[in-house]
Write a protein that binds this ligand. Structure first.
Ligand SMILES: [Zn+2]
Length: 171
């Protein structure tokens, strides 16, 4: 599969490692123990801002959603959200934060490991977590479709798009 680097929506994280100026308060959410070290480094880089940091489970889930939801509920102008964790957790949290009204420019995604990806099945519209490279296959646990993980990340779903691997050969 060939992909034009100019049009792919796979995050180019280095370009996203900037955060809108005017930050007054910064909340760092780190996912899992591996992310904590990175989060501690980041904490010291926000001099002059009020910062708080919460360690969350490694995978995005109900606990993280609840914590993020309560932070979003109390958000004020000048609040920035820093997300440190696996790419899957960071993308899920970003999707939830954007859905909660935060702008992309107010979110700093810091993925620390990208082996696990959330794959959104285009056939049954469910997402699952898989240790899979982009361009490779994973089987949807819900509908058992063999999916190719495509070079497209849905910001809405916080997931890579997966579609049937032999779709093009079908009559
Ligand atoms: Zn499916």
């Amino acid at each position: 599969m060939s992909v034009c680097p100019g049009t792919t929506s796979v995050p180019r994280w280095d370009e996203e490692r900037h955060i809108a100026t005017g930050a007054r308060t910064v909340t760092i959410l780190s996912f899992g123990a591996d992310a904590a070290t990175r989060a501690r480094e980041l904490l010291s880089s926000f001099d002059g801002c009020r910062t708080d940091w919460m360690c969350l489970p490694a995978e995005w889930g109900e606990t993280a959603a609840r914590v993020l939801g309560s932070r979003l509920g109390g958000a004020r102008v000048g609040w920035r959200l820093v997300l440190v964790g696996s790419e899957a957790a960071v993308l899920s949290a970003t999707a939830a934060a954007v859905a909660g009204g935060l702008l992309d420019a107010e979110i700093l995604p810091v993925p620390v490991d990208s082996t696990d990806r959330t794959v959104y099945c285009a056939h049954c519209h469910t997402a699952h977590l898989a240790t899979v490279e982009v361009g490779r296959c994973t089987t949807c646990p819900n509908c058992r479709t063999e999916l190719v993980v495509y070079h497209h990340v849905s910001r809405l779903h916080g997931a890579y798009l997966g579609f049937m691997s032999d779709a093009e050969e079908r009559p």
